[in-house]
Write a protein that binds this ligand. Sequence first.
Ligand SMILES: [Zn+2]
Length: 234
Amino acid sequence: MGNDFKEEDIFNLEYLIIPGVDIDSSQRAKQMSQQIHKHAFWSAGLHPHEADTFHEIKDELSKLMKEADLIGETGLDYYRNLSPREQQIESLQFHLQVAHEMNKPIILHCRDSFSDMYDLLSSSTKSNKIILHSWTGGNNWTKKFVELDCYFSISGIVTYSTAHDLHQSVKHIPTDRLLLETDVPYLAPEPYKGMKNIPSNIMYTAQKLSELLSISPKELSDITIANTNKLMEK
Ligand SMILES: [Zn+2]
């Protein structure tokens, strides 16, 4: 999830992961994780949209990564292509290397880039704890990334009536690899689709995902809390 929210917006959360997507937001994620009255982890990373700034900020980013609980958000976005693909890949490979060396989980954004992401992750000999954030893959890609032992973080997209492929593919994710997220301030779940998202809206996403998986929201909550504990253990 992003880091644009207030204390009262997190009343129903046990844990938060507050990500950075550049230097400023990574620093803000760190501050917020220390200020809020909940157990919060934070991450330092460079979003693929900003990958063209990678060389300028690499040293400063490296320092933040040493302190952070997680690495990312990084990844590949071939939908918008706001930075050249070669630079997205270079930045992603750097994040993967650091995450491996520091044994920290890494948050990956993957939009219209499943094939390159799969090739990059599967050809790497490094063992990383990988979180595929706001997962939208259909059955085939989900099964392939399950083989790579990734965690799949499900956002408000799962509540949209148009997300037919995702409604099927979430059933192929092992329960010990499921996570929930909001991607605040984006991707507000139904019934707030199109509005500014807040972390407490996660309950609508949890409600829908638990229906799809034929379990109760409480069971899903227990599962995702246990998975977060497992993911974050050193
Ligand atoms: Zn993203």
